[in-house]
Design a protein around this ligand. Structure first.
Ligand SMILES: [Fe+2]
Length: 251
């Protein structure tokens, strides 16, 4: 794998989307962080090709740039499935050749594996029928992406992420489904979010979906989950609930 080529082509690709735009800059930073997390988590998960894990991180959100250009939003529900868009560009329209030329692939299984990892990275659950090797790489990428999402959500004002007013967030109660998901230690489906603050509880619940032990360890060490949990509400019941989460999250 020629990493220098991948990086220079990635930089050339995103240059066309105005890297000084904060939304574009956010995705560029996210990409590099996810790529290095993929390598680190991948090695601990025993992947047979750390370069391939790294590459999956470099290319996983390539669809974000066209998504923002075409729809001016990162909200898939309001625009397009960015994972599908990225995979269609890479594997359907030949974009992958810019990063890794066709004759640079030594293992014929690697291209379809990379495509599956990218298509599956934002799904609620992995598709059925993956090989053990594919599943390992898919899980590594999904973990790395979630670990960095904690950072993004911590560094970006909640109002901007969720498109809500400060008052809506601070006065919100916690919905029954959000509480249940947290106590069952599982992810919260978007359709089950009933209150404004459920978005934040749902993001915290991503910690329960991490597959590799190192991913949880990194998430804990980075402190961004604790930062999300430091939210202070004007609603006393919500504060009691956040206390409960702070006491139990790492149990
Ligand atoms: Fe993504």
């Amino acid at each position: 794998m020629n990493r220098k080529r991948v990086i220079s082509e990635f930089n050339r690709y995103v240059d066309a989307y105005d890297p000084s735009d904060p939304k574009i800059a956010l995705k560029i930073t996210h990409t590099y962080r996810v790529a290095s997390l993929c390598e680190r988590i991948g090695i601990s998960a025993g992947v047979d090709d750390a370069d391939l894990a790294w590459l999956s991180g470099m290319l996983h959100d390539i669809g974000r740039f066209e998504q923002i250009r075409r729809f001016d939003t990162f909200n898939d529900a309001l625009s397009v499935d960015h994972a599908k868009l990225g995979a269609d560009l890479l594997f359907g329209e030949g974009l992958l050749e810019r990063f890794v030329p066709v004759d640079n692939w030594t293992n014929p299984e690697d291209r379809p594996l990379l495509e599956r990892a990218i298509r599956n990275h934002n799904r609620f659950r992995l598709e059925e029928g993956l090989s053990d090797r594919e599943r390992t790489y898919c899980d590594v990428l999904r973990d790395a992406d979630k670990v960095d999402i904690f950072r993004v959500n911590c560094e970006t004002p909640l109002e901007d992420i969720y498109n809500l007013t400060t008052d809506e967030l601070r006065s919100s109660g916690v919905g029954a489904s959000a509480r249940a998901a947290y106590d069952e230690r599982t992810a919260l489906l978007r359709s089950l979010k009933s209150e404004p603050i459920d978005h934040l509880v749902g993001h915290v619940c991503l910690i329960f979906e991490l597959v590799n032990p190192l991913s949880k360890q990194i998430a804990r060490e980075q402190g961004y989950v604790d930062c999300l949990l430091s939210f202070e509400s004007n609603n006393p019941e919500t504060n009691v609930w956040f206390d409960h989460m702070r006491r139990t999250i790492w149990a």
